[in-house]
Unconditional design. Structure first.
Length: 499
């Protein structure tokens, strides 16, 4: 095999390369036959130039062999994640490589969906080119010729460890116990049953930059660009896009819609749902320090000290040896384990002076100012949902984010739930979130731009019906049954366009 040629496993790689030497009618027949069996990463009509880009990698290190067990490699050990030489000169969103993958609930129960991973060109916080990855999905047996919207879902990765990255945690055989991403699959599956295509980017990047400003938006938006260009999905430049995320995913989704007007103005974002989106990370840091959720700010510090050299130096100088070991533990663990093992930990106990004095340092003040959401205004309609009694993210921080958006002219519907807390609102708000996004995708204007405080977001016939549909989806996922398109929301989209 020529050095650096990769993409599909086994004989499939050779047949892929051979296929491009065949006459067009024969080649299309071969690809159509293989694609029908679910084995190819590309389908009939797939662009030749793109396909060759996906398979040919220039002068890379020798690929690391896949384990005999068939379990996925961690991203840092997976050659697929390594960008080819010269990728930095490509436009943002350019697909560098693609492959078909198998997804599984909790890494165990295979999920019957059509799934690929795309490696694409993006950039980091400072605009430096880097490769990013997104997992793109279609309902099983979906017709790529049918018009459908794209949902960009940002998971609550909330970790530095690569085991929590969607590109690993969602795959069959993944060992990602404690990953919130694996739980959120039960919500994403509902979008597939609606017939939507889905893009789930590793928005924290290859180094797990949890809490970083701007760059989650760049990666999510470039993941959308890549998905729109990936022909097996059947999407196009005019495809309407919805954005959704909760907690850490809501923060990443906020960055996506804040960056979109200047970074990716060509993307048609119909609307975004931002759930408990961490509007003021500095406030959250102070609130969680010493609480049951003290592990979360420890993870953020572990991530951001690498992005902000002044902050890293300050932490090295101020924290005791035990404090540095605590941050190191947070860096290598998942969010659930971090919460369980670091409960009640106070940074004050690992400092030589009060935490308030340390946080008053210019390095911390500048960082928290940069992390605060709402300094840029999205140009798409927004639905923000927030628990009144959120034990992780105080409602005041979200009130401030919404206020900053509205003062900038954004269209925002803001719903506050009295009975839910941080963890229950995510599933309970899913029916409302999907219905609201469906209305935006269909071109319906926002009818409510007020702030409403309700007893429960499911206290309606539509909410109860939505929970029943979610329960059905959860059963399908748990049993490994096909996740097929069961409705055609795009019919309404087409009618709106025609009008």
């Amino acid at each position: 095999m020529p050095k650096g040629v990769r993409g599909f496993h086994g004989t499939g790689r050779w047949l892929t390369l051979l296929g491009w030497s065949l006459p067009d009618p024969v080649r299309d027949l071969v690809f159509r036959s293989r694609h029908a069996g679910g084995q190819w990463g590309v389908g009939p009509g797939f662009d030749e130039e793109v396909a060759m880009t996906l398979d040919v990698v220039d002068a890379e290190p020798e690929p690391i062999a896949q384990p005999a067990t068939g379990k996925p490699l961690l991203p840092s050990k997976d050659p697929f994640h390594r960008p080819p030489k010269g990728f930095a000169s490509k436009p943002a969103g350019t697909i560098l490589r693609a492959r078909r993958i198998e997804l599984a609930l909790f890494g165990i129960v295979p999920q019957q969906v059509s799934a690929w991973q795309l490696l694409y060109r993006s950039c980091d916080l400072h605009g430096t080119p880097e490769a990013a990855i997104t997992t793109v999905l279609l309902p099983l047996d979906a017709d790529p010729r049918e018009d459908r919207p794209l949902l960009a879902f940002q998971t609550a990765m909330d970790a530095v460890t690569e085991r929590c990255a969607p590109s690993y945690a969602l795959r069959l055989g993944a060992h990602a116990l404690g990953s919130i991403t694996q739980l959120e699959w039960l919500l994403v599956a509902n979008a597939l049953r609606r017939g939507w295509a889905v893009s789930i980017a590793d928005h924290e990047g290859p180094h797990g930059n949890f809490g970083a400003p701007r760059e989650p938006g760049y990666r999510a938006l470039d993941g959308i660009r890549a998905a729109l260009r990936f022909e097996p999905l059947g999407l196009h430049s005019g495809t309407r896009v919805a954005v959704w995320g909760y907690s850490g995913g809501g923060m990443a989704s906020s960055w996506a819609v804040e960056m979109a007007p200047t970074y990716a103005p060509e993307i048609d974002i119909a609307g975004a749902v931002l759930g408990a989106p961490v509007g003021d990370p500095g406030q959250v840091f102070m609130r969680l320090n010493g609480s049951h959720f003290a592990g979360l700010p420890a993870i953020v510090i572990a991530a951001l000290r690498r992005l902000y050299p002044a902050l890293g130096a300050l932490i090295e100088d101020e924290l005791t040896g035990e404090g540095l070991r605590m941050v190191a533990r947070a860096e290598s663990t998942n969010p659930i384990l971090a919460v369980l093992t670091l409960t009640g930990k106070k940074f004050d106990d690992y400092l030589g002076r009060p935490l308030t004095e340390v946080l008053a340092a210019p390095a911390f003040l500048a960082m928290f100012d940069e992390l605060r959401l709402g300094n840029s205004v999205p140009d798409c309609p927004l639905l923000v949902v927030q628990p009144v009694h959120d034990q992780v993210i105080h409602m005041d921080g979200i009130d401030g984010q919404v206020d900053r958006y509205r003062r900038g002219g954004a269209i925002v519907s803001y719903v506050r739930d009295r009975l839910s807390e941080h963890f229950s609102l995510l599933p309970l708000a899913t029916p409302m979130s999907l219905d609201w996004l469906n209305e935006r995708l269909a071109g319906q204007p926002v009818s409510d731009e007020e702030t409403r405080t309700v007893w429960s977001v499911v206290a309606s016939p539509a909410g109860v019906r939505g929970l029943w549909e979610m329960a059905t989806t959860a059963v399908l996922c748990a049993l490994g049954r096909p996740l097929r398109q069961e409705s055609a929301p795009v019919a309404r989209i087409s009618r709106v366009r025609a009008a």
